[in-house]
Design a protein around this ligand. Structure first.
Ligand SMILES: *[C@@H]1O[C@H](CO)[C@@H](O)[C@H](O)[C@H]1NC(C)=O
Ligand SMILES: *[C@@H]1O[C@H](CO)[C@@H](O)[C@H](O)[C@H]1NC(C)=O
Length: 131
């Protein structure tokens, strides 16, 4: 699947930056935290330019999280990822985003990266906000 390839590519990028510090890797325990996305869920409908809190289950989050948070917009696994947010606090359990101006469709997904990506169910973006 193409999305699997996408994950592998982004994961390789992240691993690449981590392996640049091999000495540090040996001495520091890395906290792996990959929280599941709670919202948006199947049935969610967003309009472009609206603001929404993306939420995830932050229960059990370690005190320090070494991996950089990254939130991407994907579409049916077929298109290049769109970065919605980067470097936010994974322990907060939410992050407010503005829905980008994209074509209306029913197969959008979010990808939340801790160490590996967690994919949301497919949801709808209706593009232009109704008048
Ligand atoms: C997102 O959550 C924060 C904290 O609860 C709240 O202040 C803010 O209004 C929320 N944003 C939206 C768009 O609902
Ligand atoms: C969040 O994760 C905790 C620990 O895995 C679990 O017990 C809880 O049911 C989850 N909550 C939601 C809303 O999924």
């Amino acid at each position: 699947m193409q999305l699997t390839f996408l994950f592998a590519a982004v994961a390789a990028l992240m691993l690449g930056s981590a392996s640049a510090r091999p000495a540090q890797m040996e001495t520091q325990k890395r906290d792996v935290f990959v929280p599941p996305i709670l919202y948006p869920h199947a049935g969610t409908v967003w309009f472009s330019f609206q603001r929404h809190n993306v939420t995830w289950n932050a229960t059990g989050a370690p005190a320090t999280i070494s991996n950089e948070a990254l939130l991407l917009l994907a579409k049916g696994g077929l298109e290049a990822p769109f970065i919605l947010a980067k470097g936010f606090d994974l322990r907060a359990g939410r992050f407010e985003i503005e829905v980008p101006y994209v074509l209306a469709d029913t197969n959008y997904q979010l990808v939340l990266f801790g160490d590996s990506g967690n994919l949301s169910p497919m949801f709808t973006i209706e593009s232009d906000t109704p008048a």
